[in-house]
Design a binder for this molecule. Structure first.
Ligand code: SF4
Ligand code: SF4
Ligand code: SF4
Length: 225
């Protein structure tokens, strides 16, 4: 971080089921998002095999340094009885909240919701490294990028692949099509179709952040031992 930004501020830092159809259930949740698009992602945990192709593609595409990550796949288990045991895989990344605590606490406007895409974004040039956003994020997914010295996290590849008209790197890399990305304000989008086909849930839905990272709960896990 340059000295100007450093000098501005010094100092301090359950998944809950939502089984109804999203567009009916959460129709009033547009909250801080007022733009032309409202991009969201769906992780189908039934299709996830924990291969980490998504996190590796994210690192390469967004030049994420070693030691930090915008995306992790968390493995839990094994569940069940031998020989019918299995693992569950969960996506750990920014939830793209529509009521985003990280945005609300940022003193410089570096954390903001992009009005065109609805994506929670970090302007690294405005970030002073105060870490208020890191402390405020209920999902604990923000970090200080050791190269830029600014707060960082998943931005749905807004500044990389989306800018070039491509899908987010994780979506494109997934060999099982476990990830679906799109505009939930577009009734013809694949993600709206997917959200309306089966029950979904979001992490910590009860705290009122209105995440736009949706999940299909795994029934038996992706890998059988
Ligand atoms: S998950 Fe954390 S970093 Fe992402 S929008 Fe929500 S509060 Fe902000
Ligand atoms: S959308 Fe882009 S930044 Fe976010 S996890 Fe996927 S590859 Fe990484
Ligand atoms: S690339 Fe797809 S299958 Fe592999 S860990 Fe990521 S979401 Fe799961």
């Amino acid at each position: 971080m340059d000295n100007v930004r450093r000098q501005f501020i010094k100092g301090g830092t359950a998944l809950v089921a939502a089984t109804s159809l999203y567009l009916l259930h959460d129709a009033g949740a547009k909250d801080q998002t007022t733009g032309q698009h409202r991009y969201a992602m769906l992780h189908d945990e039934n299709k996830c095999i924990g291969c980490n192709a998504c996190s590796e593609a994210c690192r390469a595409t967004n030049q994420v340094p070693d030691g930090v990550a915008r995306l992790r796949i968390e493995r839990t288990g094994p569940y069940g009885e031998f020989p019918d045991q299995y693992y569950h895989f969960s996506r750990v990344s920014c939830q793209q909240c529509e009521q985003a605590p990280c945005v609300n606490v940022c003193p410089t406007g570096a954390s903001y919701i992009d009005p065109e895409t609805g994506i929670v974004t970090v302007n690294s040039w405005k970030c002073v490294g105060c870490q208020y956003c890191i402390a405020a994020c209920p999902y604990h997914i923000r970090f200080i990028n050791p190269v830029t010295h600014a707060a960082d996290k998943c931005d749905f590849c807004r500044e990389s692949n989306l800018r070039e008209g491509k899908s987010p790197a994780c979506v494109a890399a997934c060999p099982t099509k476990a990830l679906t990305f799109g505009d939930i304000d577009d009734p013809n989008s694949a993600i709206v179709a997917a959200l309306n086909q089966q029950p979904v849930y979001r992490a910590k839905e009860d705290i009122g952040t209105h995440p736009k990272l949706f999940r299909i709960r795994a029934k038996a896990g992706g890998i059988t031992l």
